[in-house]
Design a protein around this ligand. Structure first.
Ligand SMILES: Cc1cc2nc3c(=O)[nH]c(=O)nc-3n(C[C@H](O)[C@H](O)[C@H](O)COP(=O)(O)O)c2cc1C
Length: 368
């Protein structure tokens, strides 16, 4: 992969980098960006041979961010800021609108450098009836005047703002940030002033339980765990690095906290959690809800689906996710999402042990 031309932090460098990320993520033959295991294979529902349900009456709807949505999953924050990103955003937003599911946008950081790109991020035009989630990195939340951030989220007509945590990725970007101090305070400050709910998400390495509880007590409305087991952003960056650096990056193939271990470690108290990171099927969506998530999020499968088949490709993916979610709910005897959340589960000892170790390592955690 060609290195981007230097213009540190400038709009053209950000756009080139985004374009490279999309190229690496969608070209399955040339690049392997998924590593590890989400742990969801260690969770099983208990089969109901006598479900006493009509599959056509299963209710998968719920309220999220003030709107009624059709299915308990969303398209995670991805792209924007490059020509291909603009088209992908438009198709993802149109697919979300058609399916009545929420959609996130990629980081709008570039808009502080080049406002002419605004329409690329204005997903509301294509998704007027579903929640649209704006997105910005935690470093920008720390370094940019909160009034400018809030004004941009309002201009974007977003229903929530996701702040992403991506220290791992930054460390393996030659142009990345190295100073991660002051972020907790900046998030708390933004929560106080924001006119829309704030979501904090990782980008594929997970958020440890003590930090989840810190964020919720600081005023964050939802924490999206974005655990390990799917897209590994250090691996993505490794393809933009010279061989020696790339080898160091690949030492982090098994970095991060698996999504299922986190959900299980946090299952003792209900918390407003979103689950993403390595979720690849309707069955896995069902498992994350049964483990305590309010909704599940998927990134890589959606960008690949639109890259291959446009908004129809994304619609086909939604249909297959819905098909297996409904089948799993029927066979687990769950008429609606409330029943799914109460569903008993068989959890393999290895996963139980990981969750117990996580809880132990974190000391006593619990919502404050
Ligand atoms: C092409 C691509 C671009 C992404 N860009 C962003 C971004 O701008 N902001 C963000 O919060 N997360 C971004 N992510 C991370 C995802 O939202 C998600 O947290 C991560 O990929 C793990 O989910 P997955 O395993 O389903 O891909 C991006 C992911 C992909 C695949």
């Amino acid at each position: 992969m060609e290195p981007s031309k230097r213009d540190p932090g400038g709009a053209s460098e950000i756009s080139q980098r985004k374009a490279q990320h999309v190229e690496i993520c969608v070209d399955k033959q040339a690049y392997a960006v998924e590593t590890g295991e989400s742990g969801l294979s260690g969770v099983r529902f208990i089969h109901h041979a006598l479900p006493e349900l009509d599959e056509r009456e299963i209710d998968t709807t719920l309220h999220f961010l003030g709107q009624r949505i059709a299915l308990p999953f969303f398209i995670s924050c991805m792209t924007g800021g490059s020509a291909r990103g603009e088209q992908i955003n438009r198709e993802l937003a149109a697919a979300a609108q058609a399916a009545r599911i929420p959609v996130g946008m990629g980081s709008f950081r570039v808009l502080f450098r080049d406002e002419s790109l605004f329409e690329q991020f204005h997903l509301r035009r294509y998704a007027p009836d579903v929640p649209v989630i704006a997105n910005l990195g935690a470093i920008q939340v720390r370094d940019v005047d909160p009034a400018r951030i809030i004004a941009m989220v309002e201009r974007l007509e977003a229903q929530a703002m996701a702040i992403h945590l991506n220290a791992g990725q930054e460390l393996f970007q030659p142009e990345g940030d190295r100073d991660f101090r002051g972020i907790k305070e900046a998030i708390a400050r933004l929560c106080e002033r924001s006119s829309v709910p704030i979501i904090v998400k990782e980008t594929g390495f997970g958020i440890r339980p003590a930090d989840v509880d810190f964020l919720l007590s600081a005023g964050v409305s939802y924490v999206d765990l974005a655990g390990a087991g799917g897209t590994n952003w250090i691996r993505v960056e490794s393809y933009r690095l010279a061989a020696g650096e790339a080898a160091i990056a690949q030492e982090f193939d098994d970095w991060g906290i698996p999504t299922a271990a986190l959900l299980l470690a946090l299952r003792d108290h209900p918390r407003p959690l979103l689950a993403s990171g390595g979720i690849r099927s309707g069955m896995e969506i069902a498992k994350t809800l049964a483990l305590g998530a309010e909704l599940a999020g998927l990134a890589l499968p959606f960008i690949r689906a639109v890259a291959e088949g446009g908004k129809e490709g994304a619609a086909r993916l939604v249909a297959s996710l819905e098909r297996s979610l409904r089948a799993a709910m029927t066979l687990a005897g769950c008429r609606d999402l409330a029943a799914l959340r109460r569903s008993p589960l068989l959890i393999e000892p290895r996963l139980r042990e990981s969750a117990a170790l996580l809880r132990e390592a974190e000391g006593e955690v619990g919502p404050t």
